[in-house]
Design a protein around this ligand. Structure first.
Ligand SMILES: [Zn+2]
Length: 194
């Protein structure tokens, strides 16, 4: 498993790279107010914490059982879409507490979910799979090893489906983070060249 700091930095600087870029620009122009700074810190807190949620049981097991078992809470694997509801609920609660608006709570939940899913993707790269679909399927699935499917052994149709599905999963996670950031004031748009 990648170290916690890797998960947090990966989410902040890779998945949310566009926010880092926008903030750097705002700081250089001295446009960052105290209110903006608080909002930024809240997003960093929610994103940073939610990207660690799948390994939350490691803390419990370290103190109680003296090991670093981090993949399940009771019978439920923490590296699954089912367990990601914890991030959605947490994001929703924090978003509502901060803004008192249902819309903002929803966007914070999407941001939190993107952070959680980023953890699964990173573990997938490092360990070769996660129990994404528990309880529908209990085995490990690896999106990244799917990308390695050969054209010759899979056939054209399967090759195209696998290529599309694997890239689409990563795309969806990045798009969720971009969408949520956009709703929190990070603007992205196309500027036509003159
Ligand atoms: Zn993990």
């Amino acid at each position: 498993m990648p170290y916690p700091v890797v998960h947090v930095l990966f989410f902040w600087f890779c998945i949310s790279a566009v926010a880092v870029y926008a903030i750097t620009k705002a700081i250089s122009r001295r446009e960052l107010s105290l209110k903006d700074t608080k909002k930024l810190l809240l997003l960093m807190f929610v994103g940073g914490l939610c990207t660690l949620f799948p390994d939350i049981t490691a803390v419990y097991n370290l103190f109680v059982n003296g090991n670093l078992e981090h993949c399940s809470i009771g019978p439920i694997p923490t590296h699954s879409l089912l367990f990601s509801f914890i991030a959605i609920i947490f994001g929703m609660l924090v978003g509502y507490a901060a803004y008192r608006e249902f819309d903002k709570a929803l966007y914070m939940a999407i941001f939190a979910e993107a952070a959680f899913l980023t953890h699964l993707l990173l573990d997938d790269v490092a360990e070769g799979g996660c129990t994404y679909l528990y309880p529908l399927y209990n085995g490990h699935i690896s999106i990244f090893s799917m990308m390695d499917t050969g054209f010759a052994e899979a056939g054209l149709f399967k090759y195209l489906i696998v290529s599309f599905v694997s890239v689409f999963c990563v795309f969806v996670v990045i798009l969720m983070a971009l969408f949520a950031l956009n709703k929190f004031g990070f603007e992205f748009g196309y500027r036509a060249e003159k």
